[in-house]
Design a protein around this ligand. Sequence first.
Ligand code: PBG
Ligand code: ZN
Length: 318
Amino acid sequence: MSNYPDVRLRRLRRTPSLRRMFDAPMPGPGKFIWPVFVVEGKRQRQKIAAMPGQYRCSVDTLLKELRPVAKSGIGGILIFGLVENSQKDGAGSAAHDDRGAVQQAVRAVHREYPDLVIFTDVCLCAYTTHGHCGPLTADGDVDNDSANEMLAKTAVSHAAAGADGVAPSAMMDGQVRAIRSALSSDGFHQTLLMSYSTKFASSMYGPFREAEQSAPQKGDRRGYQASYGNARLALRESALDEAEGADILMVKPSLFYLDIIARLRESTDLPLAVYNVSGEYSMLIAAADRGWGVLRDMVRESSMALVRAGTDLLISYW
Ligand code: PBG
Ligand code: ZN
């Protein structure tokens, strides 16, 4: 009885109603976090050529863009900031400016859309003249421990503006511990810390670096972001961030790392997020533009792959 012709697996997927009954549901909007880019100024809505459909907005425009998005019941947003080149320095100090675009966006969005969960990206690469994620030592390496000080100040300034959660993405050793302890000593006991805990040195960040104008001027990020050839070391990154006080872990990019997502899901009880990054977004748009696939179907299939692998949250431009 355990085989064909008695067993016919097609019975369980014969009609749309049966498939609806037995398939896992598509994740609803509440599970999605939309990354947004904010610039200084007013009435700005700058097209990002490498990411069709995404814009750099000033705070006033962002509030308008968010109206339908908030109405859709989306879970939250993840805010990235940009500054003029003249405000960049070697250490990225503009990142913790209380009047910076991110800090202003947090206050305004919090006021206008109290139900949206607001996360902020905490990194320095969009604020340093050299484009690395922390200040450099004399020999050109990223100075881990001074980066942590700047990241902690930046996280505190985002929390002070009213962010629900801060999301450090610099891949410095000890950044989660440094941020958690700075938040605690300043009384921000409720601020969520969503760590980009396993973030790979990936070739899929290109469109984002165009959006953020944050590409390193010299060298690359392989000395601090995880190496895709070393899965064990990449998983230790997340384990350590859990021990340092992260509330939410993250794998980034997403679709090339389903094994890592599944393994991390097995090894932690923390909520798990994945970042479906810019290159993954633009890749599907490019394929659809050439008539090589139907965009909506590709988006649904790839989002379901991430859920199947075990993610709770999807950070996504879709
Ligand atoms: C910067 C940062 C990057 C992304 C998020 N934060 C790029 C990088 O590390 O160079 C990538 C996001 C995306 O590609 O959508 N720390
Ligand atoms: Zn960075």
